[in-house]
Design a binder for this molecule. Structure first.
Ligand SMILES: Cc1cc2nc3c(=O)[nH]c(=O)nc-3n(C[C@H](O)[C@H](O)[C@H](O)COP(=O)(O)OP(=O)(O)OC[C@H]3O[C@@H](n4cnc5c(N)ncnc54)[C@H](O)[C@@H]3O)c2cc1C
Length: 289
C-alpha cells in the first residue's frame, strides 16, 4: 500500500529538528530507520502530516564509555551494536538482542532509539534496557531530560517522550566488574517478533552474591515488563539451582500474555519461565568470566 501524503522535512541540526517538532506538534513524526514507521504508514495505521527525518543530524550515532556509563546515540543502527567490540566484550546482552532483531537488511537501517521510542512491547531492546536499568535522554526545547527506563513505557505504543522531544541517547550504568547478561527469545521463524523473550543482567559482589539482578520480559503484556518480583528473589543471595528456579517461576507469574497467532497464553507463560531459567544460567556464566 501507499502511505497517505505527508510533508517531508530534513533538519541539519538537533535544534532545527526540535524547532520543527515544536511547530508541528503531534501532527509530526520523527523518521529514524523507518523500519516500523513506514510499514505502519503504508498500512494507514499511522498518518502523520509531517515527517521529520533526523538521519542527517550529526553526532547522534555513537557507542562509547563515558562517566561510568555506556552511552549509545539515539541514531545508532542495530548493525553498529552487533559489530562493536565494546559491546561484545562488556555488554554481550546487547549483542544477543540486536542479533535476533529481524534480518540484516532491517538491522542496517533500524536504530536503537527508534526501537525504544516506538513503544512496541514486541520489540526486543525494551526488555534488555529494563534489565540494564538504562536511562533515556530526551532532548526538547528546554534541553535534556533524563527518564529512567522503568518510567519510559507508559502503554502500548506509548512512551514518556513528549511530542516535541527526541530520544538522543541511551545511558547504561557500568557499575560492578563481575557483570553478565543474556537475552533469549523464541520466535516462530528467524526474523520474526518474539513469541516471548527474556533479558537478564546480574552483577555479583566479591563473595559471589547477587549484588543486583535485572530482568525484562518481551511481548508478554501491553508494555515491556520489568519482573521486579523475580529480581527481588535473587538480590543479596548466592545463585543456586533452587534460587534460579524460584526466580524463573516468579517471572512467569509477572508475565501478562494474551493468546494470539503466536500461541496460547499458557504456552507463553511457560516460555517465560524456561527462558528466564536459561538466561540466568548464561548470565551467571558470563559474570563469572
Ligand atoms: C520485517 C521486520 C521485522 C522486524 N523484526 C523485529 C524484531 O524481531 N524485533 C524488534 O525489536 N524489532 C523488529 N522490527 C522493528 C525494527 O527493529 C524497527 O526498526 C524499530 O522498532 C524502530 O526503529 P527505526 O529506527 O526503524 O524507527 P522508525 O520506524 O523510524 O520510528 C519508529 C517510531 O519511533 C519514533 N522515533 C524514532 N526515532 C526516534 C527518536 N530518536 N526520538 C523520538 N522518536 C523516535 C518515530 O517517530 C516512530 O513513531 C522489525 C521490522 C521489520 C520491518
Amino acid at each position: 500500500m501507499i502511505p497517505a501524503s505527508f510533508e517531508y522535512l530534513r533538519p541539519g541540526s538537533l535544534n532545527e529538528a526540535i524547532a520543527m517538532l515544536s511547530e508541528h506538534g503531534d501532527e509530526a513524526k520523527i523518521l529514524s530507520g523507518g523500519q516500523s514507521l513506514i510499514p505502519m504508514m503504508k498500512f494507514r495505521l499511522s498518518r502523520p502530516a509531517c515527517l521529520i527525518d533526523i538521519n542527517r543530524i550529526p553526532n547522534l550515532d555513537y557507542i562509547k564509555e563515558e562517566d561510568g556509563y555506556l552511552k549509545i546515540g539515539g541514531l545508532t543502527r542495530e548493525t553498529a551494536l552487533e559489530h562493536s567490540d565494546l559491546i561484545r566484550s562488556r555488554f554481550p546482552i546487547l549483542h544477543d538482542t540486536s542479533f535476533v532483531i529481524a534480518d540484516v537488511q532491517v538491522r542496517n537501517l533500524a536504530t536503537v532509539g527508534g526501537n525504544l521510542a516506538h513503544g512496541d512491547p514486541a520489540n526486543d531492546h525494551p526488555a534488555t534496557m529494563l534489565a540494564l536499568d538504562a536511562e533515556i535522554v530526551a532532548t526538547g526545547p528546554q534541553g535534556e531530560r533524563i527518564i529512567p527506563i522503568k518510567d519510559f513505557f507508559v502503554a502500548i505504543f506509548t512512551t514518556a517522550l513528549r511530542p516535541e522531544e527526541i530520544l538522543t541517547e541511551i545511558r547504561i550504568p557500568m557499575n560492578g566488574s563481575r557483570r553478565g547478561g543474556a537475552y533469549l527469545k523464541v520466535e516462530r521463524k528467524v526474523g520474526d517478533y518474539a513469541t516471548a523473550g527474556v533479558a537478564v543482567q546480574v552483577t555479583l559482589n566479591d563473595r559471589g552474591d547477587v549484588q543486583r539482578a535485572g530482568i525484562g520480559l518481551t511481548n508478554v503484556g501491553p508494555t515491556p515488563i520489568k519482573a521486579t518480583g523475580a529480581e527481588g528473589a535473587l538480590a543479596g543471595k548466592q545463585l543456586t539451582d533452587e534460587g534460579i528456579a524460584e526466580a524463573a517461576r516468579r517471572a512467569s507469574e509477572e508475565a501478562q500474555p494474551s493468546s494470539d497467532l503466536r500461541g496460547p497464553a499458557e504456552y507463553k507463560t511457560a516460555l517465560v519461565q524456561e527462558l528466564t531459567r536459561r538466561a540466568l544460567y548464561r548470565a551467571w556464566e558470563r559474570a563469572k568470566k
